[in-house]
Structure formats: C-alpha cells, structure tokens
Design a protein around this ligand. Structure first.
Ligand code: MN
Length: 496
C-alpha cells in the first residue's frame, strides 16, 4: 500500500535540516518537543491564507534551522506565537522548556506589542524595542524569520496593512539585517517591501532583470563549465559554482545612480565561485584573468579590505567569450555563509557560543546600527549615551503601545512622571501587565504599565521620594510638595 502523503509541515521536513553533526540527539528531541507542543497549541487556528496557523510557526522554525542556529533558537522559533495566540502561559512554557527558551519566546511576543500609531512614532518605538531586545540577538533572528514568513504571505492582507508592514520592513528590518551582515535577509526584506511600496517601479525593474537573465543565461552556463574545467586543470576543486542574480531593489537603487542606464550596471548577473581557502581565492582570480580579459579598475579585494559590515570576497569584471561583460565573485565557504547569514553564521559554531562573548560582539554591532540609523532623534541621543549606561536601561510600554525608556530599577511612579508631571502628581495606583501592583514595584523591560489617577488629588506622596529612581520624578515630586506647602501657607495667611 502507498503511504499517505506527508503534509508540508511534517516533522521530517524540519529534521532534514537538523540531521547533521551540528545537532545532538538531545537537540533534536527538544525541537521535536517544541514541534509537538506548538502543533497542539495552535490546533484549529487558521491564518488569513486559509492554512493552519501552525504552518506559520513551522516555516519560521524551518528558516532558523536552515540558518543552522542552535536548537534552543529553533525551538523558541516554533513556539514563538504560543504565548500570544494560544492558551499557554509563560509559567507553563518555562516548566516545559526552561527559562532560556521561554524567555526568548517572551521577548519575541513583547516585540510584537509595539503598536502602530503614526509612522514616525511607530518607527521610533520599534527601533527602541529592537535595541532593547539586542540584549539577546537570538530574539532578532526569530523575529526576522517570523517576519520573513509574514512577508511571503503578505498578499493576503488588506492594502493599508500591507503598506504599513512593508514600510516597517524597509525602514527597520532591512537596515538592521544589513548591519548584521545578513545579506539574504536584507535582499529579501527589501524586495518584498519594494513590491508593495512601489509596485510600478518594482515591475519595471523585475522585467529588466528577467530580460537580462534571459540574454545572459547561455553565456553564464558556458562560463560556469569553462571555469570549472580550467580550475580543475590547476588542481583547484571548486566547492560550488552558481549564478547569482541581483536583488530587484538593489538594482533599482543602482539604476537611479546611473540615470537608468542598464548598460552601466555590470553585476546584474554574476558567477559565484566558492573554493576551500583564501590562497585558492587568489589563485582562482589569477586563473580567471588568464581565461578572460578583465575590465581595468574593477578588481575589488574585499578579502584584504572587507566592507564595513564584514563582507569578504574577491570581485572582478571580465569580458566573456562572446564579448559580453560578466562579474565574477570568488570566496570561501565561510565567507559565503557570513555574507548570506551575517552574524547568524557565527552562531552556528558551538565553540564560540558563549553568551558573554556574543553580547560584546552584538554590542559592537549595535553601535554601528546606531550610526546608520542616526537620522532619528532617539538614535542621536543614544549616540551620546555610553553603551554601558544604556545597558542599565529598561523599556516599558504604555497601554497604548508606546515605549518609554527608563533606568533599571524604575518604578510605576517614575513611569508616571515620564508620561506627564500632572499624571505623576495625581497617581493613586498602578497595574503592571494587567495586575494591580505596588507603586514601588521595580519595572522590567517589556512590562506594560498602566497608571490610575485621581483628578482631585492635591499632591504626590512624600514617601515616593524613598523609592523613585529618576531625577526627573524626584525633582517634580519635590516641586509639587514645595508649591503645595507654599499655597497652604498662602491660604493660611489669607485667612488671617
Ligand atoms: Mn508570528
């Protein structure tokens, strides 16, 4: 009997990616356990596309597995929506998977709580949250995979929402992916949003691209065979040879720089040659220049001088046999992985996988992200802040989804004064994550804090001075108490 057709989300499709020496049996069983729980938790739920909701979390995890990230990240990826969209509590999740995995899921969930209220404000809020989540870059990988799958199925959403999400991806996700050296994510993020933000320009560029590919396809195939043969003659066994086509948005930007003259863009299609080590990279370059005439001034050594985001390869542009122009890119496997997956590629290797080190590395990246995004006020302010200072800050949500940054240890009273002095002065009670809490409770990053006020309240409580953390709140409380004393005296004197 023929066996039943496997569903696209059968565990075997995920296990193909993790059946290698990078993962232990224990790793595989954690991922399977997460798979089973997510499948059960999302049972009966469907997405707008009509498919089961579980498909979304499955494909998110599959992307993380394809990046060969550690098992905990894949498990957290498959579980990333269970706190928000299924009937599972944080405690339950922690009980099953421990605080590391549950914590990642929690952070991804919080990142989703940023609400859209006008693009500018929204972008700022989201950037802040990304920075807050930067404590653990693994959360960003999960969020990226999650968003990538959402982009793949974005057509299903109404236009306004599509535009909003595309802007968000173009303005936040793509630049961060670029800064983290995640070339594939950056390219796909840009192309997906380009399609929805500028459909006319997108279609125009895509058409150009398809024409070029059609035209150069045969020359490319011939070059691929010729190069492979020639390298073998010199005892270089290329690990992989493939054609790469420029991303649409990247081509569009380049065309703008060259007055839309496509003849000036030489790297629309490129031949990529992956060899074993750096010595072979240079040897390959020499061999290729013996085969084809290089265009002068177009040899780029990004191995000796990597791009600012760490990108490494040798690039050269040559005249191929039929006189057409061909770009060649030569790199090692490690360089290739780093170019496609960036910082995520470093996470594949367990030996370097110490949280502390990764944190330092990530913080360095972060300063670069800041520089890149500094057209934004918040980022400029951050630039002035020292990073170690920044690490002691927390990010707290208002019930409206706005994000406020506060020093670590800040309380709801600090939060109230950050919103508005009047709110601070009239505070009577607070809810943290919908639960009534004491006014001196220490807030944590990602908490949602609600302040209840009494309009008739005359002055703040002098006891608050004992626990507030911000200078701002302290000054405003003293201010209000002083004024109140003054007016009390005034009214006593007036009475006489
Ligand atoms: Mn999701």
């Amino acid at each position: 009997m023929a066996s039943a057709l496997k569903s696209k989300t059968d565990f075997s499709f995920l296990s193909t990616s993790i059946n290698n020496e990078r993962y232990s049996n224990e790793d595989r069983s954690i991922i399977k356990k997460a798979y089973d729980l997510a499948k059960k938790a999302h049972k009966g739920q469907t997405r707008l596309t009509g498919e089961p909701y579980f498909n979304h979390t499955f494909y998110t995890a599959l992307k993380l597995a394809d990046m060969q990230l550690p098992a905990e990240v894949i498990a957290a990826g498959i579980l990333h929506d269970v706190l928000e969209d299924a009937d599972i509590s944080y405690e339950e999740l922690e009980g099953h998977f421990g605080s590391d995995i549950a914590g990642m899921v929690n952070s991804v969930t919080k990142l989703g709580h940023v609400q859209y209220r006008g693009m500018e404000r929204y972008v700022e809020n989201l950037r802040k949250m990304f920075i807050a989540m930067a404590q653990d870059v693994r959360v960003i990988f999960i969020k990226f995979a999650d968003r990538m799958h959402n982009m793949e199925t974005l057509y299903v959403l109404p236009e306004a929402k599509r535009t909003r999400i595309s802007k968000e991806v173009m303005e936040i996700y793509a630049p961060i992916a670029n800064r983290l050296g995640m070339g594939e994510y950056r390219g796909l993020f840009e192309d997906y949003s380009f399609k929805y933000l500028q459909p006319k320009e997108y279609n125009w560029t895509k058409h150009l691209l398809e024409q070029r590919v059609k035209k150069f396809g045969p020359a490319m195939n011939k070059a691929m065979q010729d190069v492979e043969r020639e390298l073998l003659k010199h005892n270089i066994k290329s690990i992989n040879l493939h054609g790469r086509i420029k991303y649409c948005h990247s081509l569009y930007k380049k065309l703008k720089r060259y007055n839309n003259d496509i003849k000036k863009v030489y790297d629309i299609v490129a031949l990529r040659i992956i060899v074993s080590d750096v010595t072979e990279c240079y040897a390959t370059l020499g061999i290729l220049h013996g085969m084809y005439t290089p265009l002068s001034g177009r040899i780029k050594d990004y191995i000796a001088q990597p791009k600012p985001n760490g990108y490494q390869s040798l690039h050269t542009t040559v005249f191929s046999d039929d006189g057409s122009i061909l770009e060649l890119q030569i790199r090692t496997t490690e360089m290739h992985e780093a170019a496609e997956y960036g910082i995520a590629a470093h996470w594949r290797y367990k030996e370097g996988y110490k949280i502390r080190e990764k944190k330092v590395q990530w913080m360095e990246e972060l300063t670069k992200v800041q520089r890149e995004l500094k057209e934004n006020d918040f980022m400029e302010r951050l630039d002035e802040l020292k990073l170690d200072m920044f690490q002691d800050r927390i990010f707290v949500f208002s019930p409206d989804g706005d994000v406020f940054d506060l020093p670590a240890g800040a309380t709801p009273v600090d939060f109230a004064y950050t919103i508005h002095t009047d709110i601070g002065n009239k505070t009577t009670a607070t809810k943290i994550n919908h639960q009534i809490a004491n006014l001196d409770t220490e807030l944590k990053s990602g908490d949602m804090c609600e302040i209840m006020i009494d309009k008739n309240r005359k002055q703040p409580n002098a006891d608050w001075l004992k626990f507030v953390k911000t200078h701002h709140a302290r000054a405003k409380i003293k201010d209000a108490l002083r004024k109140n004393k003054k007016s009390l005296l005034q009214s006593l004197m007036n009475r006489r």
